[in-house]
Structure formats: C-alpha cells, structure tokens
Write a protein that binds this ligand. Structure first.
Ligand code: CUA
Length: 342
C-alpha cells in the first residue's frame, strides 16, 4: 500500500536532484552570456521579469502549502458539515484584481522604456558599419560596405556599432545569433534592421530561426568579432573578388560550398538535389545565371530548386564559374579549357 507514495517521492527527489545539472550548463535558466550591448539589454529585461515572477511564485506557493497544512482534514468526518455560504467579497476581489494589474503595468512600462536599448540604435554612430544581409534557401549572404561578399560567416570589428539590413529573396528566414542579440526576421518584400555593438572578441554561432524549408536545420551562421586591425586585414584578403585570382576563386568556392553543395553535394555528386557534376550549365554563364535567378519551380516538389543566386552581383556568378572550372571534379578538363580560351 505504501509503494506508490514512495515511488512518487523518489521520482520527485530525482527530478530535484537533476535540476541543478541542467541549470549549471551555460546559459542555465537565462539567456546566454552576451557579447554586445543589445544582448546585455535583453539579459537585463529577462532577469527583471524573472525576479518579479519568482517573488509571485514563492508567495503563491508558500500560501498554498501553508493552507494545505493548516486546513487539512484531521480525521474528523465532515461529509455532512457545510461551511458558511458566501456570495463574494468585493474588497478582496478588488485587491486581487488591482495588484496583478499593477504588476503587469509596471512590467510593461519598464520593458517599453528599455526596449530601445535592445534595438541599440543610440549613441555615437558616426563610424557605424552597415551590412546587407540577404537570406536565401539555405545560406546567408553578407555584403560589406565596400561591396565584398561573404557567405554564412560574417566578420565584425569589436566595439563598433553595426546595423544589419535584412532582406530575403525567397521565403522568410530569421537571423539569430543568441550571444549577440535577439532574432530578427527576414521578410519578403521588406527590409528589417538589427543594430548592436559587439563588445568582446570571439566566435558566435547562430542559426536561422524561422522554418524555411528542407534544409532549414543546416542554415547556421557564424559571426567572428575581431580587432579593428584584423578586420581590415580580413577585408583586404578578399579585396580582389572582382578580378581573376585567389580572392575570386575563394568567393567562388564559398558560393559553391554554401549555396550549391548543401543540396547537390560537395563534388556535385547529388544529395537532396540531383547530381550536377560536369553538367554543361555549370560553366555556361547565361544558362547558369538564369538557373540561379529563376530556380526551377516545377509542380513536382522533387524538382523544385530555389532561385539560389537571386540578387547575386555579376562578379559572384563569374567567381562561381571560375571556381567550377578550376575544379576537375565539377567540370570536364576540356570544358574548362575551351571556356577558358573563349
Ligand atoms: Cu532559413 Cu530557416
């Protein structure tokens, strides 16, 4: 007869004992430790609301437990005893309506007052960095102020205000790097902005946070926050994206690996998408541009291809072709040769 309470007590004890393990891991109960002013504002608001909820929780649970013990049945048979018949108590009802309403209004006022700190558009923005962020199925394309392109990985200088201008060329996505700031949707037909100032160097991992199709799960992003000097070096490294050379090949390779290979395989061997290695379209600028901009929107879902390169500048298409030609797994040697000559 005593087994059931004993089992329940044991399970409850186990649950209590395992809770600290979950809480010990970063970020525990709250948002992760942060690397920006905006992230700090989010954490502050989180803990502010949490503290109020904690006070209410403890007060309510304490009262509940006290009442359960104080007014428990002590062996008397009360089946036929009725308590006093009460219609209501206006004073008590007013009190328990006003107190929660006041708490909620207080939370709303503080949250609204502090929400500008989350968007973090204040302060001196004379050296602000504006980055274009284009969300695609299934990668992130970043465009720096000088027109340089990077895919999936964004490099930012520390302590410099940044505003991301988010657009999408297909379905909706959501840019989210939890250690830097909150998420912001990329919505078709409009530009959304997200501002923050990274305040420590490091590598911050993010993830598309809006279900956007079959490869939503492999649409991560990385933000590398580095010193101003290293930022300048990194940008200089990619300065030649528009002309034949190492920087162009690097951009072509990035575009292949992050835009094409996620569906078609790293050697074009086919995966979710069909095999495309050594397909003539890959090295034909006009057909490739059309395919990248229009995609393949057949009624048969199996044949769907997103317009994966919509919005690409011309030099990015050229970089992709240059990389494909340079890769013998992707283009026939004679194809590469002919095209190279022509
Ligand atoms: Cu893009 Cu989910």
């Amino acid at each position: 007869m005593r087994t059931k309470p004993a089992v329940i007590a044991a399970l409850a004890a186990l649950a209590l004992a395992s809770a600290p393990i979950a809480l010990a891991a970063d970020p525990g109960l709250g948002p992760p430790s942060t690397g920006s002013d905006s992230g700090e504002a989010i954490r502050w608001l989180y803990w502010f609301v949490f503290a109020i909820c904690a006070v209410v929780f403890v007060a309510v649970e304490t009262a509940l437990v006290l009442f359960v013990i104080r007014f428990r049945r002590r062996g008397e048979t009360l089946h036929d005893a009725e308590g006093p018949q009460i219609h209501g108590n206006t004073r008590v009802e007013i009190i328990w309506t006003i107190i929660p309403a006041a708490i909620l209004v207080g939370i709303a006022v503080v949250v609204l007052a502090r929400s500008s700190a989350v968007q973090a558009t204040g302060g001196d923005r004379s050296n602000e960095l504006v980055i274009q962020v284009e969300a695609h199925q299934f990668y992130w394309e970043y465009e720096y102020p000088d027109g340089q392109i990077a895919l999936d990985t964004l490099v930012l200088p520390v302590d410099r205000p940044v505003t991301l201008q988010l657009v999408t060329y297909d379905v909706n996505h959501s840019w989210w790097v939890p250690e830097l700031t909150g998420k912001r949707d990329a919505i078709y037909g409009q530009t959304n902005e997200l501002s923050f100032t990274p305040d420590r160097e490091g590598t911050f991992e993010g993830q598309c946070a809006e279900f956007c199709g079959i490869l939503h799960a492999v649409m991560p992003t990385t933000v590398e926050v580095v010193s101003e000097a290293e930022y300048a070096d990194r940008l200089a490294l990619h300065a030649g994206q528009r002309e034949p050379g190492a920087a162009q090949l690097a951009l072509g390779r990035e575009s292949w690996e992050r835009a094409c290979a996620k569906c078609h395989g790293i050697a074009g061997e086919g995966d979710i998408g069909p095999p495309i290695a050594k397909n003539g379209t890959l090295v034909d600028r006009d057909s490739l541009t059309e395919l990248l901009t229009e995609g393949l929107d057949t009624p048969d879902v199996e044949g769907y291809m997103p317009p994966v390169g919509r919005g690409w500048p011309e030099f990015q298409v050229q970089a992709l072709i240059a990389y494909i030609r340079s890769n013998e797994r992707l283009a026939e040697p004679q194809q590469a040769e002919q095209e190279g000559e022509g």
